[in-house]
Design a protein around this ligand. Sequence first.
Ligand SMILES: O=P(O)(O)OC[C@H]1O[C@](O)(COP(=O)(O)O)[C@@H](O)[C@@H]1O
Ligand SMILES: [Mg+2]
Ligand SMILES: [Mg+2]
Length: 313
Amino acid sequence: MPTAPGQSKFQIDLRRHLRGQNISDNLIHLICEIAEASKYVINAVRTGDLGVAGTSNLYGEEQLALDVLSDRIMRKRLIHSGVVCNIASEEMDEIYQAQAQADGLYSVAYDPLDGSSLVDVNLAVGTIVSIYEGCDLLQPGRNQVCAMYILYGPRVSLVYTVGDGVHEFTMNNLMEFTLTRENIRMQPEGNIYAPGGLRNKYAPGVEKFIQHLEAKGCKLRYSGGFVPDINQVLMKGKGLFMYPALNGSPNGKLRVLFELNPMAFIIEHAGGSASNGQIPILDIVPESLDQRAPIYIGCKADVEQAMSFVNAG
Ligand SMILES: O=P(O)(O)OC[C@H]1O[C@](O)(COP(=O)(O)O)[C@@H](O)[C@@H]1O
Ligand SMILES: [Mg+2]
Ligand SMILES: [Mg+2]
């Protein structure tokens, strides 16, 4: 986006930046509402109850009080935005219909607080969001019209793409998101890797790939939070995150709708790639809300190399 004379691009706020994209007013409004909701999620993360909620989500995982609260914050804001039809969340059992299908509406899938079990040890966590036009949430990730995440680390940052570049905003001391990096691009290959899951449950090809990375001198950089781990790969522009199939968990752990699709859309639009080992993540046709898949995501050459090891077995 062109910068007005005398104005630093670091003063461009999210709404102004969105107005420079070729998107509808409804989508601008929706993205800004999600950014507003994230401010309440941060507040919950900083000061909320660290205990369990006493309930479980659709994966049978125990929900923390923070998972439930973050989910309510996000859902309420989406409902009140007036531009949302269907809502799906990692913390809800089924699709919530905010309003009946009508022109100009969007549907949203989100993980309200990814990495919530890291809050009590004060590691970084985040919110991940995927937006589609219309009311269908079970469609390939390639059809997303916006993917974004908000990272709650030492600083709070928001990264989004509407298909025309990947842009980072950082929260300032007025709690506004202002542009800090525009058109972020990944390098073709890198030297850091973030491997999820238990290594003694990796298939032989994945284990050989890890040994190859170690022999090459790649640095292990895994925090256990998907948002900060992806953010590191994206911001440094180099490296790879993976959560492979595990012995006993052939689809890995991470969820296609709430975690993989939005991150794959962002990384692809920054020049990287994301695969489940066979096909691009964004080409998976989801059959259910709780679908999981293995993922290899990051610099193109690194993902290709992972594929050759994994598929050689
Ligand atoms: O501890 P593991 O098995 O490496 O899994 C870590 C992964 O699980 C997650 O914590 C799953 O997300 P939730 O916290 O939303 O369940 C990711 O953030 C992370 O990449
Ligand atoms: Mg998650
Ligand atoms: Mg979660």
